[in-house]
Design a protein around this ligand. Structure first.
Ligand code: RP5
Length: 157
């Protein structure tokens, strides 16, 4: 089980490290890179092609501002692409959210919340995709949800 994570800038790493950590809780291997759709377009596409060859099954792509990275990645693969808009731009990341979510028909990007919640949920969604054909992973997800429930309940004691 392998997930690729790509982000547009090293400045996104602080948020996207949370996605990597979440995937590692489920023993999912992660290939995490910084490549920009605008500043390193050739390297970004090369990385996607390498992912195809290296057994990556899902790609998480994160970018801020005019966030085209997830769309460009989706245009170069048939894998599921999960987009995470980065905060910091117009209205806290509304620019990146719209740039990521408003894909034209034919090239889907599943888009998550701006910032940390989006990074963690994209990782969990990747685990859910992988769990469709992996009962062990499904069990771990069930355990994860039970722990989350216990944590909230304990907060009320
Ligand atoms: C985007 O521009 C990156 O994904 C990042 O969120 C934003 C700012 O990049 P830096 O100026 O910090 O490199 O492409």
């Amino acid at each position: 089980m392998k997930v690729g994570i790509v982000m547009g800038s090293a400045s996104d790493r602080e948020v996207m490290i949370l996605a990597k950590e979440e995937l590692e809780k489920f023993s999912v291997e992660v290939d995490m890179k910084v490549y920009s759709a605008h500043r390193t377009p050739r390297q970004a596409v090369q990385w996607v092609e390498d992912c195809e060859k290296n057994g990556v099954q899902v790609i998480i792509a994160a970018a801020g501002l005019a966030a085209h990275l997830a769309g460009v990645v989706a245009a170069h693969t048939r894998m599921p692409v999960l987009g995470v808009p980065m905060p910091g731009g117009v209205m806290g990341g509304l620019d990146a959210l719209l740039s990521t979510v408003q894909m034209p028909r034919g090239t889907p990007v599943a888009t998550f919340a701006v910032g940390k919640a989006g990074a963690i949920n994209a990782a969990l969604f990747a685990v859910r995709i992988l769990s469709v054909s992996n009962p062990q992973l499904r069990n771990k997800l069930e355990q994860y949800q039970l722990e989350m429930e216990a944590e909230i309940v304990a907060a009320n004691i």
